[in-house]
Write a protein that binds this ligand. Structure first.
Ligand code: C2O
Length: 477
């Protein structure tokens, strides 16, 4: 009888569109539930996750299912460049090298891309990490749990991540965090809140996506990790808590949709593609349109976050008209690492809140007023949040309206990587596509009075950080 000699299956190398790939996956037929990691089911999933992390960390660096590869998809470590790391890990042509070229340092939108890609890119990142875990665990039903830190009794870093020496432990966290102190350390009002769920529009720098990114998302990063950990874009993906955080951020997006929030419908968003490795080392090319809702992806969450009904469909496009706004301050304001810095807005806002005719037609007015703070920079991660206080006039008592953070405001220092823009060399100039922080200040600005904004570090900021804010605007909705 003739022996059929079969070559061992070559690992990876194919480029496959997501829809075609997903149809062949067992996970497509085994609906999965991502669970709150504090529940019994969530704890069981967390134990499986820990096992998967251990397997990933044991792989050689060049393995596309290894820990370093997954981390580098977010961003290559801050003290090295993508080009140098690829040359080091993949000295010759290989499927792994091609995959690294296509996927490393592609996190959106933390190095200056369109802010509206933040949620879908990270949904894909979590989804594909989960599918690598499924492969390594040989369990197509595995689902990542999530960390529901918005529950007051879950404010401490979950215990398994604090066991020194375990695969879930990382030293590069803010001191008390690894001792189990609540990550918001009593900050009042807490930045760990679900207020972004009341935003009514997805897009733009006051929309849901940007508000969640800058607010809850960035605050958790900075409160958990330091500048070599969760607190900075290039290092964040090395902390295993990253995926529990982003699983929750993904759940926030799904919750907002459940409450009636509408995703963009423009083709430029829906057809935008990103590439990720599957558990076999293939390149899977996915469109945002494939990931805009959970239904088609075979997973759901055990609990969605309640929020106000925000239905307004089809979604408004801010590009049709501008929200009435004006650059009340457009110059560098240096923050103090140790104490408050106040700025008085240059003009009394009400005269400037007339708006744009097209926008007025497109938008049911809510009459709400928002303070927009934008264009942040720091030399290194300050390591603390800054509280934003607003007083209606000089001398009036300020009210804390929220917090800003410098998670993605530190130069990425990868200027030799053509495909990754450093935070400081953005070229597009549409202010509505940029990252910004915005806060409801309705009732705090008075006709004719010049409001005072005070930024105060919550704790002691790193003296090397030199944090700067370059813009303040007030918009009415
Ligand atoms: Cu791309 Cu939470 O970061």
């Amino acid at each position: 009888m003739m022996r059929v000699s079969r070559r061992a299956a070559v690992l990876g190398g194919a480029v496959i569109p997501f829809a075609q790939w997903f149809a062949t996956q067992a996970q497509a037929r085994a609906p999965r539930i991502r669970r709150d990691l504090s529940t019994p089911g969530g704890q069981a999933d967390l134990a499986k996750y820990a096992q998967a992390v251990k397997l990933m960390m044991a792989k050689p660096e060049a393995d596309t299912r290894g820990w370093m590869f997954e981390w580098y998809i977010h961003f290559v470590r801050g003290d090295r460049t993508k080009a140098a790391e690829i040359a080091r890990v993949y000295p010759g042509p290989s499927a792994g090298r091609d995959l690294a070229l296509a996927t490393w340092s592609t996190c959106q939108a933390h190095s200056g891309q369109n802010e509206d890609y933040f949620l879908p890119w990270h949904r894909m990142y979590v989804f594909f990490l989960e599918s690598v875990c499924q492969k390594l665990l040989n369990d197509p039903t595995f689902a990542l749990p999530y960390w529901r830190y918005t529950q007051p009794n879950q404010r401490s870093l979950p215990a398994p991540f604090r066991v020194v020496g375990s695969q879930l432990y990382r030293p590069n966290r803010n001191g008390p965090v690894n001792n189990g102190v609540a990550i918001d350390q009593g900050i009042n009002p807490t930045p760990i809140n679900t207020s972004s769920l009341s935003r009514t529009v997805y897009s733009g720098n006051t929309g849901f996506c940007a508000t969640l990114d800058g607010g809850l998302h960035g605050s958790v990063h900075v409160l958990v990790g330091n500048g070599q950990g969760m607190g900075s874009v290039p290092w964040a993906g090395n902390d295993p808590i990253f995926w529990m955080h982003h699983s929750n951020i993904d759940r926030m997006w799904a919750s907002w949709n459940k409450n009636g929030g509408c995703n963009p419908t423009d083709p430029s968003w829906l057809n935008k593609t990103f590439t990720f490795p599957d558990g076999n080392g293939n390149s899977i090319v996915a469109k945002i349109g494939d990931f805009k809702s959970l239904g088609a992806l075979g997973y759901t969450y055990d609990t969605f976050e309640p929020g106000p009904p925000v239905g307004r469909c089809p979604p408004l496009k801010l590009v049709l008209g501008r929200l009435p706004h004006v650059a009340l301050i457009k110059r560098p304001i240096k923050l103090d690492p140790l104490g408050p810095v106040s700025v008085t807005l240059d003009l009394p806002p009400p005269e400037l809140l007339k708006g744009d005719a097209k926008m007025l037609e497109a938008t049911p007015r809510t009459g709400k007023t928002r303070l927009v703070i934008e264009d942040l920079q720091a030399q290194v991660q300050p390591g603390v949040l800054f509280a934003v206080g607003v007083a209606s006039a000089p001398g009036a008592k300020p009210k804390t309206v929220g917090h800003i953070n410098f998670f993605d405001a530190v130069p990425l220092d990868h200027s030799d990587d053509k495909d990754s823009h450093a935070a400081h060399d953005r070229t597009d100039s549409d202010p509505d596509d940029d990252k910004a922080f915005s806060f409801d200040i309705t009732g705090l600005v008075r006709k004719g009075a010049r409001p005072v904004i005070t930024l105060t570090p919550v704790g002691k900021a790193d003296a090397r950080a030199q944090p700067v804010v370059n813009g303040f605007r007030i918009v009415t909705e």
